[in-house]
Design a protein around this ligand. Structure first.
Ligand SMILES: Cc1cc2nc3c(=O)[nH]c(=O)nc-3n(C[C@H](O)[C@H](O)[C@H](O)COP(=O)(O)OP(=O)(O)OC[C@H]3O[C@@H](n4cnc5c(N)ncnc54)[C@H](O)[C@@H]3O)c2cc1C
Ligand SMILES: *[C@@H]1O[C@H](CO)[C@@H](O)[C@H](O)[C@H]1NC(C)=O
Ligand SMILES: *[C@@H]1O[C@H](CO)[C@@H](O)[C@H](O)[C@H]1NC(C)=O
Length: 385
């Protein structure tokens, strides 16, 4: 059994940022990561053409700005490089191949016990710490909804996290399910690879552009009220894209930043798919009614043949698979129950980093809040002794 002050589960941006902040305060900590690298979401579960959706100033981790000359919207590889530099700069050495399988609070010892499987040797290891930071991500596992007849589908289907590029889909009839950021960008990528692409737009979305989002973020950080910013942003997107409802895209009644704040759901930031929809290169379908072999039937009664389906239907948190918390801090969806800005701190030295629904910007704030809070808790203890 190994003991440290703080155990951090997950070596994504949230885990390494928390570790960096703790290292600066000279608080011993250990990062456990199931994969063989940090930032596995970015290295292994993202499509090739991915770029950060937000301008770089909203995507920095604590105490390390992007080098001068970095592009405003950082490509996936640039972010990976930044993350690798970050890890070595702050002397973080995550324990890789450690899949945390259970963790509970021992109230007698007043410590968290964490059981991890060494996936290279299959040996169970036990770690102990006064503080536990959950940094396993809001996007831990791809989510595929239940669809009638999916088991009869004769073609290939996959979650968007396994999609790299459209090479394998040339001349194929491909249906992308979901009109969020991943869905719209993958549909765009597929057409660039000469696939016959359709997209299934199930729920209303705001379709913006990264420039419009940038203006919105700028106004918000300059102190403009959210409702006003939403009105401006919606007008800008109407001017840019026009009324998309004739193409099958409904706009939600509430504004994009309001929805982001309340539900964490991001607006769709178009990278070129809208133009392809307008020219008919990408077809739009409503929700699926059922699947039979290669035939997919939609809610409006249309039936179409497809060779492949890509589920860009989002992700889920997997905290409840290992954390024995009895739904005290995390709800049944593996998300913290307290709402922003109180989402990062639980009882008995439990914390969550990266669960604010605010991307890398939120990750950075969480890491600093958590490290400072632990610093104060430790000093209070010392003063008592
Ligand atoms: C396609 C895509 C694009 C995105 N683009 C942006 C963007 O442009 N800007 C932005 O701000 N945000 C973006 N995000 C959100 C992004 O998820 C976060 O910004 C960031 O990666 C979150 O970091 P994290 O450390 O919280 O989670 P993750 O990056 O998911 O890291 C969690 C880590 O925990 C590990 N782990 C999970 N379970 C266990 C376990 N039981 N034991 C040990 N280790 C475990 C995982 O292997 C992973 O390495 C995007 C997300 C996706 C999916
Ligand atoms: C666990 O895995 C590492 C590789 O990451 C290996 O070097 C180490 O010896 C293993 N530990 C045990 C106790 O098996
Ligand atoms: C968009 O067009 C639809 C009909 O195609 C109409 O019902 C709706 O009111 C229009 N929305 C706006 C904001 O003009």
């Amino acid at each position: 059994m190994e003991e440290v002050e703080v155990i951090i589960v997950g070596a994504g941006p949230a885990g390494v940022a928390t570790s960096a902040c703790l290292n600066r305060l000279k608080i011993t900590n250990l990062v456990l990561e199931k994969e063989d690298c940090c930032g596995s979401l970015w290295k292994k579960r993202a499509y090739d053409r991915l770029k950060l959706h937000l301008a770089k100033q909203f995507c920095e981790l604590p105490y390390m700005p992007y080098p001068q000359g970095t592009a405003k919207y950082i490509p996936r590889n640039g972010f990976i490089q930044y993350l690798d530099n970050y890890v070595s700069h702050f002397g973080i050495s995550p324990r890789y191949h450690r899949e945390v399988q259970s963790a509970f609070y021992d109230s007698k010892m007043e410590k968290w016990c964490v059981m991890a499987k060494n996936t290279t040797s299959n040996v169970q290891e036990v770690y102990c710490g006064k503080f536990l930071v959950v940094a396993t991500g809001e996007n831990s596992e791809g989510y595929i909804p239940k669809i009638r007849g999916l088991d009869t589908f004769k073609g290939d289907f996959m979650h968007s996290s396994l999609y790299e590029n459209g090479k394998a889909f040339r001349d194929k009839e491909v249906l992308v399910i979901g009109s969020g950021n991943s869905g719209m960008e993958i549909a765009y990528d597929l057409t660039n690879h000469k696939a016959k692409t359709s997209i299934c737009a199930r729920s209303p979305v705001h379709v913006l552009t990264k420039e419009i989002v940038f203006i919105g973020m700028f106004l918000l950080t300059s102190g403009f009220p959210l409702l006003l910013v939403d009105i401006i942003v919606v007008i800008l997107s109407m001017l840019r894209h026009g009324n998309l409802s004739k193409y099958g895209f409904q706009r939600p009644r509430k504004g994009p930043f309001y929805i982001k704040q309340i539900t964490g759901r991001t607006p769709t930031i178009d990278v070129g798919c809208v133009d392809k929809i307008k020219t008919g290169e990408v077809k739009v379908f409503p929700s699926i009614d059922g699947i039979e072999g290669n035939q997919i039937k939609f809610e409006n009664g249309m039936v179409n043949h497809f060779d492949a389906i890509i589920f860009a239907t989002g992700y889920k948190s997997t905290v409840n698979c290992w954390l024995k918390d009895e739904n005290i801090f995390f709800n049944e969806n593996g998300m913290p129950k307290p709402k922003f800005p109180n989402h990062w701190k639980g009882e008995n030295g439990l914390y969550s980093a990266g669960f604010s629904g605010r991307g890398l910007f939120g990750v950075s704030n969480d890491a600093q809040n958590i490290a400072n809070d632990i610093f104060f808790a430790l000093n209070k203890r010392k003063r008592r002794i």
